[in-house]
Ligand binder design. Structure first.
Ligand SMILES: [Zn+2]
Length: 113
């Protein structure tokens, strides 16, 4: 399961931060999940506590902020938010687009003790 290995990676990152901050426990974590990140929210929410078990991250509250896909078109020069996960400009149908937002999957902030 893809989400479980992502959750394990995330927990490892959190444990590293804890050690650096000389903290003992993660209370809450805020994660940004882009529409194109390739991570599914619900399986990830199930996987996180499993990955956190027997670590200082166990019991932490997981908040997920979902961010939409935003494309920037180099033909019409517009940035457009889109629900369609296809790489085509919704304004002019150009395929010369780049992702401005939506691929990220990262820790935005966390509360430790
Ligand atoms: Zn365009």
């Amino acid at each position: 399961m893809h989400e479980l290995s992502l959750a394990v990676d995330l927990v490892e990152q959190l444990v590293e931060v804890l050690e650096r901050e000389k903290a003992t426990k993660v209370l809450e974590i805020n994660v940004v999940m882009g529409a194109m990140s390739g991570v599914e929210r619900v399986p990830f929410e199930f996987a996180f506590p499993v990955a956190a078990e027997d670590t200082p991250v166990a019991g932490a509250i997981l908040n997920i902020e979902e961010v939409p896909l935003i494309l920037k078109c180099s033909d019409c020069n517009q940035e457009t938010e889109t629900d369609d996960l296809i790489m085509v400009c919704p304004k002019c149908n150009s395929v010369s687009v780049e992702i401005v937002q939506g691929k990220e999957f990262l820790i935005k902030s966390m509360e430790v003790q």
